[in-house]
Design a protein around this ligand. Structure first.
Ligand SMILES: *[C@@H]1O[C@H](CO)[C@@H](O)[C@H](O)[C@H]1NC(C)=O
Length: 394
């Protein structure tokens, strides 16, 4: 019996190792069909001349934004930043030209993409994304497609969930069970959602709109050893002349040379770039309707931010932001797959500085979780001693 079990598990192992070739010491697989392993690095191959060959390869006329694990947010200017935000946000919003197979403009495409992060152990990762697409033909007629795509992986087995509603431009759902594939054979306009099995990717493609999205779910078992880099890639073909919209609300800032901003342009006085991006995310009122049950706490944290004056916010971020960044502490506070408990603590801490909540309330949450004695995180010690609390009036 034991022999049989071993034979079975070996067969599974062999099957997995054949799927994607491991490249280099980091143990990543190169994107099959787009990149090759050269001297231990995944190198993108023409016509895709730039990008990370283990995650996303892009043509020269392409701008791309990415969200990868921890999570990291890369805007359309290739600027990358830590983004410890376990909620839903508007990634990008734009209008592109719809072009037929002869490269003639036959309409426009409005594209709105939200994405949402989730938590596993002490780390945040990209959980999924929502697309609202409105194709308007110059000759009349519109095609509206709205969909949600998310997923998770376990030991190399990838599970995707897709929902869709045809005929509506729903930036916030609700999504039904429609298949959102669309085919206009006369103009060669196609919208497809497909699974690229060899690269563990879900692909959302609307080539004539200049849009290509790829998504690799996070592997909760393999974690750092995951063969395919998990995350979201949004690629826009600049030949479709994108017009970037909702500049104040998008998190993946548009290209600077196309009327967009660099992260530095959106810095809030008195805060670092990373803090400013994080504050912008929580101050924007995005609809929180992710599949995991963190919606309420995401809203509550947004509300806590709205209570802050700028000077209060400065104190709050200085004394509370660490809670969202120390992964060992996050895991200690919240061993579930949701972010509810860590968000509850963080929002409580914000209210200590921006409302009248006593600091002891935040300290009690840490004690209750048994995390007040966690070692080697100086902020925990300082916070428990009251050194990161507002002065008590005498
Ligand atoms: C992003 O980086 C690639 C590779 O270095 C470069 O070709 C591309 O122009 C950059 N995009 C922007 C918007 O700077």
């Amino acid at each position: 019996m034991k022999g049989l079990l071993l034979a079975v598990s070996l067969a599974v192992l062999i099957d997995i190792s054949v799927a994607v070739e491991v490249c280099g010491s980091k143990g990543r697989g190169c994107i099959e069909g787009q990149a090759l392993c050269v001297d231990g690095k995944c190198v993108c191959q023409p016509p895709n001349t730039w990008g990370d060959g283990a995650f996303g390869c892009y043509a020269p006329n392409t701008v791309a934004a990415q969200v990868s694990s921890d999570p990291k947010l890369q805007n359309f200017n290739n600027e990358s930043i830590n983004f410890p935000y376990p909620c839903r946000y508007l990634a990008t919003h734009l209008l592109t030209e719809l072009r037929n197979q002869d490269n003639l403009q036959v309409g426009t495409c409005e594209i709105m993409i939200h994405s949402f992060n989730a938590k596993y152990r002490g780390k945040f990762f990209l959980h999924g994304f929502d697309v609202a697409l409105n194709i308007r033909y110059t000759s009349g007629g519109t095609v509206k497609l709205s969909s949600r795509h998310y997923g998770i992986a376990k030991s190399g087995v990838y599970t995707f969930k897709n929902q869709g509603t045809v005929g509506e431009f729903y930036q916030n759902g609700p999504w039904g069970n429609d298949d959102i594939d669309y085919n206009d054979y006369i103009n060669n306009v196609h919208v497809t959602v497909s699974k690229d099995e060899s690269n563990n990717q879900l692909l959302y493609q609307a080539e004539r709109c200049g849009l290509r999205i790829s998504f690799v779910p996070y592997d909760v078992q393999d974690r750092r050893a995951q063969l395919s880099i998990p995350g979201l890639s949004i690629a826009i073909n600049t030949d479709n002349h994108p017009k970037w919209m909702s500049k104040g609300e998008v998190m993946a800032l548009a290209p600077k040379d196309q009327n967009g901003d660099l992260f530095a342009d959106t810095v809030i006085t008195g805060f670092s770039v990373e803090e400013s991006v994080f504050i912008r995310a929580f101050e924007n009122e995005y609809v929180q309707n992710m599949p995991l049950d963190d919606k309420g706490k995401c809203y509550a944290t947004h509300k806590a931010f709205m209570k802050c004056t700028r000077p209060e916010l400065r104190q709050a971020i200085k004394n509370c932001f660490w809670m969202m960044k120390k992964s060992r502490f996050i895991f200690c506070m919240d061993k579930s797959q949701s972010s509810r408990k860590i968000l509850k603590l963080f929002a409580t801490c914000m209210k200590v500085w921006c409302a009248t909540t006593p600091c002891s309330k935040a300290q009690d949450l840490i004690v209750k979780a048994g995390c007040d004695t966690i070692r080697d995180i100086p902020q925990v010690t300082a916070f428990m001693k009251g050194e990161m609390c507002p002065p008590v009036p005498v």
